[in-house]
Write a protein that binds this ligand. Structure first.
Ligand SMILES: NCc1[nH]cc(CCC(=O)O)c1CC(=O)O
Length: 313
């Protein structure tokens, strides 16, 4: 019998994702007669302590992940469940993504006060989001919206919607689904309107690369279609050097639903921060890395490089 220690940030979403994943792993162990138990170990990261500072100024989203990775490397924990979209492009030596479970809904959504749909929001409506990707795409169709930064975990943002008088906020549907708060969603935004972030809705289960015992268990939770889609999206991100906060979106899906090993269709987007310029390109094919490369090169050949340089200034 081996007790596997699972590190988790303390946010409600992180703990929920961790517990839901452990539940699936427990079922796998039961079905296959595998001798493992799982225990959650909460970890406070630097990213959690400095939410009031602009994250990009203090090291970006990777902050949430870094301390968890240190705990993995020094053996305090054995595995960790991250939101894929918070994963930096490169993993430290000695760690791997052992499984990518089936993806939740990848779309963004709006939660509005009074249940107004996007098209019904008044001229000059105040919209809360801290994501350049979301604000650029929204401003492209509605330059009248006043976009304001909103920080904190999902529960904090939902509270701020009411308390700070926003007309609407933008969130990832996946977080709300996982929390059991689907009924708060006013409207799902189609990827044609708001292309999701790389990896949005997917999870990454990270562990030590030499832990073959655990890797064997995790492999049973891997979802081929999601893993391939995310591989394509992350290749695009890597080629556009999108590690920091830049307006990049990417979403890959199977060309034929159900054919997990078949062709992928990847859409990529790079925007200027104010949404005045949006570049969108797509690529398709069977090799996720090639599809990611093709879409990134198509974007770069249309001037994505200078748009990104503008955003980083
Ligand atoms: N940026 C923070 C973050 N990281 C992961 C999620 C949940 C959605 C997901 O797992 O993709 C969220 C909240 C949000 O963007 O609304």
């Amino acid at each position: 019998m081996r007790n596997i220690i699972v590190g988790s940030r303390q946010s409600a979403l992180a703990l929920t994702q961790t517990n839901q994943t452990i539940q699936l792993l427990k079922e796998i162990c039961e079905r296959n007669n595998l001798p493992y138990t799982f225990e959650v170990k909460p970890i406070v990261t630097r990213g959690d302590r400095i939410l009031d500072v602009t994250l990009s100024k203090v090291g970006g989203k990777g902050l949430f992940v870094k301390e968890i990775e240190e705990a993995l490397l020094n053996g305090q924990i054995d595995m960790a469940i991250h939101s894929m979209k918070d994963m930096p492009f490169e993993l430290p030596e000695g760690l791997v993504i052992g499984a990518v479970p089936e993806r939740e809904d990848p779309r963004d959504c709006i939660v509005s006060r009074g249940g107004k749909l996007l098209a019904e929001l008044p001229q000059g409506a105040r919209i809360g989001t801290s994501s350049l990707r979301r604000s650029a795409q929204l401003q492209a169709s509605r330059p009248d919206f006043r976009i304001e930064s909103i920080r904190g975990n999902i529960d904090t943002r939902l509270r701020k919607l009411e308390e700070e008088g926003f007309d609407a906020i933008l969130l990832a549907a996946a977080g709300l689904h996982r929390m059991g708060w689907k009924d708060r969603i006013t409207e799902y935004l189609s990827p044609d309107v708001c292309l999701p972030a790389v990896g949005q809705g997917a999870l990454a289960i990270e562990c030590r690369s030499d832990d073959s015992e655990l890797l064997d268990v995790l492999s049973r939770l891997n979802d081929t279609a999601t893993a391939r889609a995310v591989e394509a999206e992350r290749r695009l991100l890597g080629l556009l050097n999108g590690g920091c906060q830049v307006p990049i979106g990417a979403y890959a899906r199977l060309e034929t639903a159900g054919n997990a090993d078949g062709a992928l269709v990847l859409e990529g987007l790079v925007a200027s921060p104010d949404g005045s310029k949006l570049l969108r390109e797509s690529a398709a094919g069977g090799d996720p890395l090639q599809v990611g490369t093709d879409a990134a090169e198509a974007l770069l050949s249309r001037g994505a490089g200078s748009l990104l340089a503008e955003a980083r200034e």
